[in-house]
Ligand binder design. Structure first.
Ligand code: AMP
Length: 179
């Protein structure tokens, strides 16, 4: 977890590689869906380009499909999910039904100024100035509360300082993981 531009994709990919498990980025899966010439694809694209969250039912549908893939047998890393308390509850249910549990939640922390600078340089279709602001607001209003929800349930949250070299940040993540 972390605000847009925190480095979730980069760090999530490295972590998945070092654990030898798949990484699932709901953002990547949604962007792929947008490429398709379908009503759902177009609808998803409108949410993303506005900096809004895609509805929870769509996200939970995607995640439900993903966790049942055979490649997840040894575990998996989610990147950019859950982003709302409803999604976190849905995840809890999905895991319970399969007798799985969450080992850790990684909270990549980067301040707003650094984020503006990083996203400004990235140039994705949802990286325009207004959309960045909206995504940051959405993060504060809808995703931050998920961290409190996890904390209330006694799930370990690893707070990782997300500024520094990619390798250094990854090392902190790996060292903080529960053994
Ligand atoms: P990301 O690649 O994680 O930055 O996600 C890009 C965009 O995809 C977000 O701004 C949302 O519009 C959408 N998105 C990705 N993951 C989720 C999620 N878990 N819930 C709702 N919307 C999401």
């Amino acid at each position: 977890m972390g605000p847009p531009g925190a480095g979730k994709g980069t760090q999530g990919e490295l972590l998945a590689q070092s654990l030898g498990v798949p990484r699932y980025s709901t953002g990547d899966i949604l962007r792929e869906a947008c490429e398709e010439d379908s009503e759902l694809g177009r609808e998803v694209g409108r949410f993303i380009d506005a900096g809004e969250l895609v509805p929870d039912t769509v996200i939970l549908g995607i995640v439900g499909e993903v966790v049942d893939r055979p490649e997840t047998a040894g575990g998996f890393v989610f990147d950019g999910f859950p982003r709302t308390v409803v999604q976190a509850r849905g995840l809890e249910e999905l895991l319970e039904e399969r007798d799985l549990h969450l080992d850790a939640v990684i909270d990549l922390r980067v301040d707003a100024q650094e984020i503006q600078a990083r996203l400004g340089a990235r140039g994705r279709s949802d990286d325009g100035e207004e959309t960045i602001q909206r995504r940051l607001d959405v993060y504060r209003a809808q995703t931050k509360p998920v961290l409190d929800w996890f904390a209330e349930r006694g799930i370990e949250i690893l707070e990782i300082h997300g500024v520094g070299s990619i390798e250094e940040i990854q090392r902190h993540i790996v060292e903080s993981l529960p053994r």
